[in-house]
Design a protein around this ligand. Structure first.
Ligand code: OGA
Ligand code: MN
Length: 216
């Protein structure tokens, strides 16, 4: 059972095929139009409502914010179930998770995601999303919420594999990127405009007797 109306076919099979063949997928109009609109309005609302609702992002676990500014300059806010737009997104991604587990046997256990806002001039230097030695982030996702993005606006997602450039992606409205977290170093070029997105990660369960992970 899914929550979409009968006009919208979620692109889950294409994502599965792309992941199986090359490890990443780039899909335009990935969500029903109204879902994309609600999410973009929700993010703009959060930003306008209160400057504190998005926080300076960290790197890794246990942060030194002064150093972070050389690496990433976005502001973020984690999505929760208590807002209808955020809930719809988390449910969509949960359906994708179940689909990919059936199709590719990935054993994805949970999904976490945050809104991100890059102000003009902000960037995110080349990094991997999977924490080294923890191997719990399996798939990365980014949904973009920027109408009329042009090449001159910068802010591209640039993906590499073995130091080879493999994709330069404009953060265009409704575009979803999904990729294997441990395979693709990537960066966000300095943006010339306000840049809005939702980044997220599917994890496997790495719980043991000492700790419960994921913590959220
Ligand atoms: C991230 C990230 C890419 C993007 O948040 O880890 O790499 O295009 N984002 O926003
Ligand atoms: Mn990343």
């Amino acid at each position: 059972m899914h929550s979409f109306d009968s006009f919208f076919e979620p692109p889950f099979e294409r994502i599965a095929e792309d992941l199986a063949h090359r490890g990443y997928s780039i899909i335009d109009c990935a969500l029903p139009d109204d879902m994309t609109l609600q999410l973009s309005q929700r993010l703009l609302h959060l930003i306008r409502q209160d400057d504190e609702s998005l926080q300076v992002a960290g790197i890794g676990r246990g942060d030194q914010h002064a150093q972070n500014r050389f690496v990433r300059q976005d502001k973020i806010r984690w999505l929760e179930q208590d807002n209808s737009a955020e809930k719809a997104w988390l449910e969509y991604m949960s359906e994708l998770r179940v689909y990919l587990n059936r199709r590719l046997f990935l054993g994805l256990f949970s999904y976490e995601s945050h809104f991100a806002h890059y102000r003009p001039g902000a960037f995110y230097k080349t990094h991997l999303d999977a924490f080294r030695g923890q191997a719990n982030r399996i798939l990365s996702t980014v949904l973009y919420l920027n109408k009329h993005w042009q090449t001159k606006d910068g802010g591209e997602l640039v993906m590499y594999n073995d130091d080879q450039l493999i994709a330069t992606v404009l953060p265009a409205y409704g575009r979803l990127v999904v990729f294997l977290s441990e395979e693709f170093p990537h960066e966000v070029n300095p943006t010339q405009r306000n840049r809005y997105s939702i980044a997220g990660w599917f994890r496997v369960n790495t719980s043991n007797n000492d700790k419960v992970d994921p913590p959220r």
